[in-house]
Design a protein around this ligand. Structure first.
Ligand SMILES: Nc1ncnc2c1ncn2[C@@H]1O[C@H](COP(=O)(O)OP(=O)(O)O)[C@@H](O)[C@H]1O
Ligand SMILES: O=P(O)(O)OC[C@H]1O[C@](O)(COP(=O)(O)O)[C@@H](O)[C@@H]1O
Length: 302
């Protein structure tokens, strides 16, 4: 069984306008409200690709209700811990000549509510896959993913982590099966700007030295690089297409990789190609990738 955890789910308010001017009234010509947050996006894309998962995490308020309803609409199973105060955040994605994102901070999560999630995770079994993805509300300590991995250590659960900076660095000692920073996040972790593939591979290897098994580095329109635990490396350019909405492309890549890995019974190159095709299929679409869109792009890669 696959479980995704989103500590800080969101409603993504996606708007388009011809021009965005800071400090002025901007009127939009397109708007959409989508359930989001990294683990949630992974669950939606897994479902689109034909795989069941259960979305876990925390929801609050009227926005939380909408997120739950949208997931139901997608046919995604969920079992969120309900918070009594506050509301799940709203993340604004403003697309004009350039993209501006304003991500909310999210509700407080008490110790007792955290324990409720931990109790759910204690029920995971050998062979399960767990995706820990996205930021955490400011009120939580940034060793929370580490605490979860320590708790599940040795149980034979395949853990995938998609998070930034310390949240990710802190878990490496527990040997996550897969991590997926993008090239900018990888550079930020080491305080450097990475420009060439060689530099990216050098720093991705440092994450392996710190304990990560397989490291997938996404590079938006430049495709991706995979370093496997067995010491192999793969590079794949992104398929050609028109960029429409890159929100959720990284999450889609994670879902595609897991799908490719399961369907090929552990072939990393196939998983990698499926990941790239799924990321790009989402980037080339208003909504998250569907299976036919992914299959069409996969033919251009593999
Ligand atoms: N402009 C684009 N053109 C083609 N593919 C894209 C584009 N942006 C993203 N992708 C695909 O989605 C994957 C993940 O995108 P990226 O933006 O690197 O992730 P994140 O959203 O985590 O920053 C890329 O490796 C690529 O396969
Ligand atoms: O948890 P974070 O890092 O604030 O990111 C949340 C945002 O990331 C997304 O999950 C999209 O992520 P990606 O574009 O990296 O795939 C949005 O749905 C959401 O608004």
């Amino acid at each position: 069984m696959i479980y995704t955890v989103t500590f800080n789910p969101s409603l993504d308010y996606i708007v388009r306008m011809d021009k965005f001017t800071a400090g002025a009234i901007n009127r939009v010509n397109y708007e959409q409200v989508l359930a989001g947050g990294k683990g949630i996006n992974v669950s939606i894309v897994l479902k689109n690709l034909g795989h069941e998962s259960t979305a876990l995490g925390f929801l609050a308020g009227f926005t939380g209700e909408e997120i739950k309803d949208q997931l139901k609409g997608f046919g995604v199973k969920s079992d969120f811990v309900q918070l009594e105060k506050g509301f799940s955040r709203i993340n604004v994605k403003a697309k004009a000549d350039c993209e501006t994102e304003i991500n909310g901070q999210g509700p407080d999560i008490s110790e007792a509510k955290r324990e409720e999630l931990f109790a759910q995770l204690d029920k995971l079994q050998e062979g399960d896959t767990l995706v820990l993805a996205g930021s955490i509300p400011k009120t939580l300590p940034d060793d929370i993913y580490q605490k979860i991995m320590a708790r599940l250590d040795g149980k034979g659960i395949r853990i995938v982590v998609d998070a930034e900076k310390n949240l990710l660095l802190n878990v490496l000692q527990y040997h996550p099966f897969l991590i997926k920073p993008n090239n900018h996040e990888l550079g930020d972790m080491f305080g450097v700007k990475l420009t060439t593939d060689e530099e990216i591979i050098t720093y991705a290897k440092k994450l392996q030295e710190k304990g990560a098994q397989n490291v997938l580095i996404s590079m938006a329109g430049d495709g991706a690089i995979l370093l496997t635990a067995e010491g192999k490396s793969y590079k794949c350019p992104a398929p050609k297409g028109k960029l429409i909405n890159s929100v959720g492309a990284g999450d889609s890549m994670v879902a595609g990789f897991i799908t490719g890995y399961m369907e090929s019974e552990g072939d990393f190159e196939k998983a990698f190609h499926m990941g790239v095709a799924t990321g790009s299929a989402s980037a080339f679409s208003e909504n998250l990738a569907t299976r036919p869109e992914v299959e069409a792009l996969l033919k251009t890669i593999a």
